[in-house]
Design a protein around this ligand. Sequence first.
Ligand code: ARG
Length: 829
Amino acid sequence: MDKAMSGVSSKPADVNISNISIQVVSAQGKLPGRRPQRKPIGKSRPKKQIKKKAPFWNVQSKILLLTVFLFILAITAWTLLWLYINKTESKDAFYFVGMFRITNIEFHPEYRQKESREFLTVAQTVQQVVNLVYTTSAFSKFYKQSVVADVSNSSKGGLLIHFWVVFVMPHAKGHIFCEDCVAAVLKDSIQTNIINRTSVGSLQGLAVDMDSVVLNAGLRSDYSSTIGSDKGCSRHFYADHLSRCYPLEISATSGRLMCHFKLVALVGHLIRLSIESVQIEADNCVMDSLAIYDSLLPIHSTVLYRICEPTRTLLSFVSTNNLMLLTFKAPQIRRLSGIRAYFEVIPEQKCENNVLVKEITGFEGKISSPYYPSYYPPKSKCTWKFQTPLSTLGIALKFHNYSIAKKSVKGCEHGWWEINEHMYCGSYVDHQTIFRVPSHLVHIQLQCSSKLSDKPLLVEYGSYNISQPCPVGSFRCSSGLCIPQAQRCDGVNDCFDESDELFCVTLKPACNASSFRQHDPLVCDGFRDCEDGQDEQNCTQSIPCNNRTFKCGNDICFRKQSAKCDGAVDCPDGSDEAGCSCGGSWPALLRVTGGADTQEGAWPWQVSLHFLGSAYCGASVISREWLLSAAHCFHGNRLSDPTPWTAHLGMYVQGNAKFTSPVKRIVVHEYYNSQTFDYDIALLQLSVAWPDTLKQLIQPICIPPAGQKVHSGERCWVTGWGRRHEADNKGSPVLQQAEVELFDQTVCVSTYGIITSRMLCAGVLSGKRDACRGDSGGPLSCRRKSDGKWILAGIVSWGHGCGRPNFPGVYTRVSNFVPWIHKYVPSLL
Ligand code: ARG
């Protein structure tokens, strides 16, 4: 493969660009060896006088010496200055990687051989063309060279050329190098004939398909490992056998792996890559990554998928042509790193189906996304035409872990669905949903809407009675499911969207003196369990030791469980403060929109998350190295990268944290929906765990038991440094707190409409006390009545404005994510 360099063409003398470093060349000229000429002074003197030595230190020689000295000084200073300027203006190499299709040259297998005459001839021609394009462009001063890395065949005919273009320019001018501008130069150089109406044009005499041109910014390390001498564990595979599995395996326990596996299949076929296991350091692909490309070079716009964390579940991906590139990067291996995978050559599949549905209502068949069970590739499409035998029967679609909703102004993230000319967007959820189309002729089209390959979809279909979608005696959930009437209002979320538990009239037992027997454990236990306080009146006896009191090591019973883990030693033996792992049970000492300053140290799990040095979101400490926050804080390319984030712990006044740590990893919930804010939860792993010495100031909050709702009467606070009013333009310098009440889900649904079972609402009817911008990701902390511990009931997620009457704040319901949290933080169990 090193031979690829033989196809390098460059503008000036060949330079090994892969290793460009700061080099300062100073043309240091020598000082002219001039000697000060002594001028004859007057006439020649008499011998006697000549013999007498002329005084060396006379005024003229002094002046002359001084002049020479100053001259040397000036030259030295100038040279130093010149050196300095040159050094600061260090040069950088910029790498671009791309491909295009030459339409009028026929492919021969020889092109696969880098040392073949055929390859070298095409490589040279292409390089000359690219040289010409850039040396006559605005970038000519910086253009260094182009290198053809691969020539392959394409199902559209002709040759597919993969190449690198290298520019060298002063670092300071790097910003003029926009990716689109460099690509536009190449695209604009293709002259097409408008009359012909074809995308093929002439690029300096080469017939190039305009639509095939891709040119993206690339990495120096990829340049070196794909064409340079540093090719590490790179390999090239040519697969011409259908129904054969080609294994791909690589692993190491130390050192580094920078591998490129280029896979080429028979033309007209596709590649299915199946990944059995990946062992890498999970860091959001900052250092370690496995990337799958739809081309032979790491061109980022052709990426099909990126795996950033270890996995043992079988994942498979399909290319859109006969090429695929797999890059595995692990630059600093500490434990076993590697992959186990195989690939196959598969035929291209047309996804068009006509389905005649039977008369019997119910689900009778399955449809799936293209290339199921593989991830379906970007731009892929599928169409289904359904027909039922009677006009009274419509089509029901049961989606597995997926749901579709009317397309809004925003684009779709996980699949466009066109159903009888109406547009819908798909999203992944953790349950089934049923979508019914009340028509006996249904035309459906699914199109991949994401830039990357998307998760495979499985949909059951069948007919249903349009006039009665659910059988008699059953209830129709908003998720489309039908459940037996008896399961409605039974306290269990059978519909998965809680629609069966909304609008239920629940009778709460009346609270009066007769509700309590004298020895009821709730009576005289130091807690007000009854609205009117009946249970704590007339208490004369000493408090018995029961499960609501706390027993110190020496058998003394403390009145309140809340003495435990409140940070103050109440038991003489200190046993009340032993083994306190989370949610220390001290009361909210004092009390965001409508809030008040907290007391320093009152919310020791509160975290401020800074993005590029500025406060951006909140979070909560749940263990020594894990924080819980909102997924929407990390949405988008820049925000999802952990590198610019720092977590500030044990902080009261913004900027004065007792402990800060960079963020090593961000885990956004896989079903997070940026349009509805459903599954708005993310875990953050700190690069440095907070030390034991700070446990007085930093403490984790408890995660609620799975599925547990906040009990009525429990008090909850929202905290954060966010804005204090909707109209404010900056956050609060001091941590704020506001006591909020939990809203009935029914009331919240009637206000907002789309409230899923992953959300809960809290605030006050008058508005006034609420979270606001900047509080996102922060905690909704509720004090459990039974043991006084602080529980993370919610995560600040969204709301209509801030503190508006009747519009409560919406929080992520943490109790619905307990297994998900434990998957990443098993130490919490
Ligand atoms: N999404 C907001 C943030 O970025 C939080 C909004 C909470 N709004 C509310 N009214 N409770 O900080």
